[in-house]
Ligand binder design. Sequence first.
Ligand code: HEM
Length: 457
Amino acid sequence: ELHRIPHPPRRLPLLGDVLGVDRATPLQDSLRFARRLGPIFRRRAFNREFVFTWGAELVADLADESRFAKHVGLGVANLRPVAGDGLFTAYNHEPNWQLAHDVLAPGFSREAMAAYHPMMLDVAARLTDHWDQEQTAGRSVDVPGDMTKLTLETIARTGFGHDFGSFERDRPHPFVTAMVGTLTYAQRLNSVPFPALVRRAARRNAEDIAYLNRMVDDLVRARREAAGDGDLLDRMLETAHPETGERLSPENVRRQVITFLVAGHETTSGALSFALHYLSRHPEVAARARAEVDRVWGATDTPGYDQVAKLRYVRRVLDESLRLWPTAPAFAREAVEDTVLAGQHPMRRGAWTLVLTPMLQRDPEVWGADAEQFDPDRFDPKAVRSRPAHVFKPFGTGARACIGRQFALHEATLVLGLLLRRYELRADPAYRLSVTERLTLMPEGLRLHLDRRAGSA
Ligand code: HEM
């Protein structure tokens, strides 16, 4: 039935549509194809065919958990050598998924989050110390670089009681370098016909993985010698499944630690960076958000846990940034039985499609003719109620949706609140948003000038 799905004109039999396509930006290329070809389309590369979906009605149907499930393919499958049967990369049928999900879910409960809150504040203070210094010296700040330091330190501290010392280093921690290396390699594997073509890169990748494993093993060893304070790692090591009594194996713990260190910071840092970009470009939005922070937090620079969720407008700024640039920009769904997608496209059991979240979230039929414009009011409760379900999916869908959603939203809202309260953000007028891809999205080369607000401590 594929013949009914549009595709670009074929150029070469083996290479398919990949010619003229920029290897470094496969997602943004797919967005261009999407605009041309419509709500469902296919692309071919190296004799493999991929179906992309983004129309609201089709995606809503794909969200039906009784007929569809997460598909581990493409970029996600390429991460299996690093993350194995860790939560993110596990196949649905692997028993370790359910086990780890049940053991780790309480690590994201409200109670657990409230315990992480003071640690998040500590890490944020290191960011503002650094930004104060840059500001005093008259330098602009490296937004993606500093957000990556912040989010890495936050997940390392709250999850594993670890300190990478990111803010004290001139160059990224070797863990970050190795991690970025494996993500970039995993993305690149999608656009080369035979892995043998990238033998040198494959060797580098093997070294990166070995480094990550060693680092994590050291971390776990240290923890076995000295107990932590009930963080994620303690749960991984000590919690037995509530019904079966089973525990995570040492090999699986290693996979989970790497998974959480990567999944727990890379996307949140992009989300914060895009939000800061838009705040710097929309002074009226920044002023409204800042007024909210002042109103809700009063005089304090160390808000309590409950004072974060009360920043409703700041949260809308974040949602709107994640609408335009969902930093994990796609997720894959497979048919669990022979079925017909939205009554139109027959799919055999196991057939799958990649959902292009940025297109779904810019569908003019749902979001209006101005869908490409940044406007946080789209997320005021009345506007949200007026839209159909399943049109905003930055955290994926169903049983395999993001387990860290509340964590990310709490951290990012808190940090935006702290930054708005302390600084005025000035954009460089010459900067044009340019988005880099390494499976996740990040604004490239974004620097902002800061002014300290009068009266901030
Ligand atoms: C899964 C997005 C933050 C841990 C996912 C998925 C998406 C996503 C789209 C589903 C992927 C799929 O269907 O293949 C995001 C975004 C974040 C974020 C946009 C920040 C703005 C976090 C954080 C953590 C985390 C902070 C951990 C602390 C995970 C894990 C999974 C996951 C473990 C796999 C869940 C499972 O399959 O059981 N995330 N995430 N994420 N995320 Fe996040």
